[in-house]
Design a protein around this ligand. Structure first.
Ligand code: ZN
Ligand code: ZN
Length: 756
């Protein structure tokens, strides 16, 4: 593909090579000594775990974990001791008070906070690292090398053997990303997070378990830095000027006002005092827009070609001050919404971290996989040229439907490595997580693979996915693997696009065929698991998205996905699995995510009109097409050709929608940006009556009944059934229905329901 070469050349070779040169993971396997160490032989061991009295809390925890899991593996409990005798054999944990001979060639002060070494001598083993988590992560790595895996908070794999035989080794390792957080409820299980070496900022593990990567406050901090409650009345000039007016809510700060800098700096110092151990302080913009347009702010932004100009000018000053007193602290700021474009001249200070967000793109393909990421890649390139520290905030779920099958595995299989290759030092992977709600589509699989890839992105991500599926789904694994492949194969073509706010009708991959096949695969998967209730529970949760899809399409009139007859059984099963897994929200936005509301929509009986004459597209100049009277508004002749958009000849086509109640113009018209289209049908009645009807449209709509205009709604929205509800008078015999829908970009189509 042409685009791929463009992107590669966008990142010059020296940049790629330097990224590899500072590649943060290195392992040295030393094989010159062939002697093996018999840690446990025949269920017995001569070894003790040596832990100094001066060990830090997380090293004590590491000793207990090591003892616990070696016992689980071999049935032998290694004693933990602080008493060293040269003739004995030890696993030394931590660098404190250990024989010098073990560390002759090791500079113990050179270890980073999470960096460790695992090293054998002719009889002893050393696992040690930097503070606070190096030794602990070394112990986890040691257990992982023995085959221990913590796949989900409820499912781990610990090998069983009476003999633990170790090869001589000398490996030193640290993570590729210094900040690693996966925003899935499952990934905040403390033990799971520690075992998988995530260092989240939210729900941080306690210090006794190594702690986390403390970012304070987490994000969007302008009004915490300078409170509008306190300052807006006496000093509106501290706050952003928006459309000529100072604004103290849902906006930003005036970043060139010296008093603002003074107050914000004071707040930062208060935070440092109040939050001992904090490493990263957020000085970043509020959510949304509302940047300051005052003369001074505007001048900087114009000179810098971006609103990141005034922002960085401000952030750098705070960072400079903090650097004098607290060189260990970093100041983090967002490149987000209006500040994503890097500035022309200003560079972020060396202790400033840019948190660049990646959200408006296609989820089907990786960063280098399709053009939708082009703008973001240009920005990433720009930032990587001027910033020493970039962390990425990326989004890996459907925020409108946590439970739909979301085949975006290509994105994280490729992109985590891509970020590592481009100087990024952290990743916040935002997944399906709200409040106490877990259970999003493949949340446990995603959390586990993310954790492994953030530690070492140069692993084979597909092998990790396969490993997870094989182990966690056991006998059912082949069917689940086939299901994953089926969906991902379907979204491979360049033409497929779905966003992180997709509807199940977007992307075109949830066709009746695919869903039917998926239902079958999960029936087989469940049949294989039926004698293992714990396995069955995991398999049913993995299959929940398929049930959700069937019910969702049913709720919008798609009886090809689920018959009326089968609906109650499927709904019952869905409700049981939801309850068993304590799933309470189906989307990020609480107003559209209530489980009971979804169930109500499934049960609600609407009749969808699915047989229509369709014609389009006609022109939509300056988005005024909805109000231009094209011939279909004055005549209906299905044998006549009309002049459509770009002077193309178009005719009426009869369309029967068997998939759902959603008439999808994207599927019907080749050209589906900027246009208007018409649909016509009739309702035949035995007598005059009033009827309640519902319209859902993407985007604006006009509706005529018997040539009388009854609805005009020029609006940009995603279609849901019954967005506009009206009662109309219909007559005995045929009633003519004509609907017109306009389009700029994105989805295009409508629902028409009769509600009684
Ligand atoms: Zn200003
Ligand atoms: Zn794409």
């Amino acid at each position: 593909m042409k685009f791929r070469t463009t992107i590669k050349s966008m990142f010059p070779n020296f940049l790629r090579n330097s990224a590899i040169a500072i590649l943060l993971i290195f392992m040295v396997q030393c094989t010159e000594k062939s002697d093996k160490l018999l840690l446990v032989k025949n269920g017995k061991s001569e070894y003790k775990i040596y832990l100094s009295d001066n060990a830090i809390p997380s090293e004590k925890y590491a000793a207990i974990e090591l003892q616990k899991y070696i016992y689980e593996i071999s049935d032998y409990k290694l004693p933990i001791t602080n008493n060293y005798q040269e003739s004995n054999k030890y696993i030394f944990l931590g660098f404190q008070d250990i024989p010098k001979s073990l560390i002759l060639d090791v500079d113990v002060n050179s270890f980073g906070m999470e960096e460790f070494i695992i090293k054998t001598s002719d009889k002893d083993i050393l696992i040690a690292g930097g503070s606070p988590r190096g030794t602990l992560y070394g112990a986890i790595a040691f257990l992982s090398d023995l085959g221990c895996r913590w796949y989900t908070p409820d499912y781990k794999k610990i090998p069983k053997t009476k003999d633990i035989i170790l090869n001589a080794t000398n490996k030193r390792e640290k993570p590729a990303f210094e900040y690693r957080e996966a925003f899935y409820k499952e990934a905040y299980d403390t033990e799971w997070a520690v075992h998988n070496r995530l260092n989240p900022s939210m729900s941080m593990p306690p210090d006794s378990m190594g702690g986390g990567y403390k970012i304070y406050p987490f994000v969007h901090t302008f009004y915490q830095l300078v409170s509008p409650d306190k300052y807006f009345k006496p000093h509106p000039e501290y706050f952003a000027m928006v459309d000529g007016k100072r604004k103290g809510h849902k906006a930003q700060l005036c970043l060139t006002n010296p008093e603002v800098l003074k107050i914000a700096t004071e707040t930062v110092y208060r935070w440092i005092k109040e939050q001992p151990g904090v490493r990263v302080l957020s000085v970043d913009q509020n959510d949304g827009y509302g940047f300051c347009e005052c003369k001074k702010c505007k001048a900087i932004d114009e000179a810098e070609g971006s609103h990141s100009g005034s922002l960085l000018n401000f952030v750098n000053k705070i960072a400079d001050t903090v650097d004098q007193t607290n060189p260990e602290i970093r100041i983090q700021t967002l490149a987000y919404v209006y500040s994503e474009i890097p500035p022309k001249n200003i560079k972020p200070g060396p202790n400033v971290t840019i948190r660049l967000c990646h959200y408006e793109y296609c989820s089907a393909h990786s960063l280098e996989g399709c053009d939708s990421h082009k703008v973001f890649l240009e920005r990433l390139q720009g930032w990587s040229e001027i910033a020493e520290r970039i962390t990425i905030w990326d989004y890996f779920t459907d925020f409108n439907h946590y439970l739909i099958p979301f085949p975006n595995f290509e994105t994280f299989k490729q992109d985590i490595k891509f970020y590592a290759d481009h100087n990024c030092i952290g990743l916040f992977a935002q997944g399906a997580n709200v409040a106490q709600n877990g259970g999003g589509e493949f949340s446990t699989l995603r959390a586990w693979v993310f954790a492994q890839m953030m530690w070492n992105p140069y692993q084979d991500a597909q092998a990790l996915i396969d490993e997870f599926v094989t182990n966690v789904y056991g006998k059912a694994a082949p069917y689940i693997k086939t299901y994953i492949d089926l969906l991902h194969e379907k979204v491979k073509p360049d033409s497929v696009y779905f966003s992180i706010y997709a509807k199940p009708t977007d992307g075109g991959y949830l066709t009746p065929d695919i869903v039917r096949e998926s239902v079958k695969l999960f029936q087989q998967a469940e049949a294989e698991s039926v004698n293992d209730p714990e396995l069955l529970k995991r398999v049913e949760l993995a299959g929940l998205p398929v049930l959700y899809t069937q019910l969702y399409f049913y709720s919008i009139g798609g009886q090809t996905y689920l018959s009326k007859q089968n609906m109650p059984n499927i709904l019952k099963k869905f409700q049981r699995i939801i309850a068993e897994n304590k799933i309470i929200q189906l989307a990020e936005n609480p107003t559209r995510s209530d489980v009971n509301e979804f169930i109500r929509k499934v049960k609600h009986q609407n009749t969808y009109l699915t047989n229509w004459w369709i014609i389009g597209p006609f022109d939509n100049p300056d988005e005024s097409g909805l109000h231009i009277k094209y011939p279909p508004e004055t005549e209906f002749d299905n044998e006549k050709a009309y002049q459509g958009k770009n002077k193309k000849s178009i005719m009426w086509n009869y369309v029967v929608n068997e998939e759902s109640g959603y008439m999808d113009f994207i599927k019907l018209f080749e050209d589906h940006t900027d246009g208007v289209a018409y649909a016509r049908t009739d309702i035949e009645l035995k007598k005059d009556r009033k009827m309640k009807i519902g319209i859902g449209s993407n985007d604006g709509v006009k509706l005529w009944i018997n040539e009388k205009l009854v609805l005009t709604n020029q609006i940009a929205r995603k279609a849901e059934p019954n967005q506009d509800i009206l009662t109309v008078n219909l007559k005995k015999g045929k009633n003519d229905i004509l609907i017109k829908i306009d389009q700029t970009s994105g989805g295009w189509g409508f629902y028409f329901t009769t509600m009684d």
